[in-house]
Design a protein around this ligand. Structure first.
Ligand code: SAH
Length: 233
């Protein structure tokens, strides 16, 4: 996979090494063990998902700005959320908050297909073009308010929310398939708990996994645009 980024002055083609070290230190080193997740993190070129001014930092242990006030998630979080879904490979997955498309690309290697919703039109179209150019054929980027889910593809075997929510949006629970799993950061605007939800025989079970910090989920069941108050209670 070559484009002008591989030929940038001062950037020899050392992304592969950087990526391998990222997986070794940040992902495996912090306890992520599912082989498919480690392979997917090693396969997806994160440097294509960050703005050119952050190329040198593409494989570092941090979220990075992607424009429109949003960020691409920290690599560890991307892997931890993917692992928490325990994907077997045949699932239909919904992501809320596509952003750069990076998390969706990782998920696409672990599942049958991914529908990723992004409310910002510029980010949505950039992510769509990027994923197409990189050949991720089983990801669809849709523009809209993902706090309402995406009804036309429901139910989903797995749902991953990439933005911090004040509470679990009820439409997402409705659109989760029987025996499905969801991971979602829930909490206040600047600190959340990564929460895993599973649906068994119509009942919903919830557990907390990691402390985390995500940009706010907006929309009908997210935080209000002008404040840190949630739209619903
Ligand atoms: N998964 C992304 C991380 C993006 S940050 C990546 O890998 O790059 C979270 C994203 O959620 C932002 O792009 C933001 O615009 C988007 N977002 C926030 N509220 C949303 C909503 N209600 N519906 C869809 N996207 C939303």
């Amino acid at each position: 996979m070559r484009d002008e980024r591989d030929a940038l002055p001062g950037m020899p083609d050392n992304y592969e090494l950087g990526r391998r070290q990222m997986v070794l230190r940040q992902i495996h080193g912090r306890g992520i063990r599912q082989p498919e997740v480690l392979l997917a993190m090693e396969a997806v070129p994160r440097h294509f998902f960050v703005p050119t001014e952050f190329l040198q930092r593409a494989y570092q242990d941090e979220p990075l700005p992607i424009g429109q006030g949003q960020t691409i998630s920290q690599p560890f979080m991307v892997a931890a959320m993917a692992e928490a879904l325990s994907l077997a490979g045949d699932e239909r997955v919904l992501e809320i908050g596509a952003g750069s498309g990076y998390q969706a690309a990782v998920l696409s290697l672990l599942a049958r297909d991914v529908t990723a919703i992004e409310r910002d039109p510029m980010l949505a179209s950039a992510a769509r073009n990027r994923l197409a150019a990189l050949g991720f054929a089983n990801v669809r980027i849709e523009e809209g308010d993902g706090s309402l889910g995406w009804l036309s593809g429901a139910p989903y075997d797995a749902i991953l929310v990439s933005a911090g929510a004040p509470a679990v949006p009820p439409p997402l629970i409705d659109q989760l398939a029987e025996n499905g799993s969801m991971v979602i950061p829930v909490g206040d605007a600047d600190q959340q708990k990564l929460t895993r939800i599973v649906k068994r025989q119509g009942r919903v079970f919830q557990e907390s996994l990691y402390a985390c910090r995500f940009v706010p989920l907006r929309g009908s069941f997210g935080w209000r645009e002008d404040s840190q108050e949630s739209t619903h209670g």
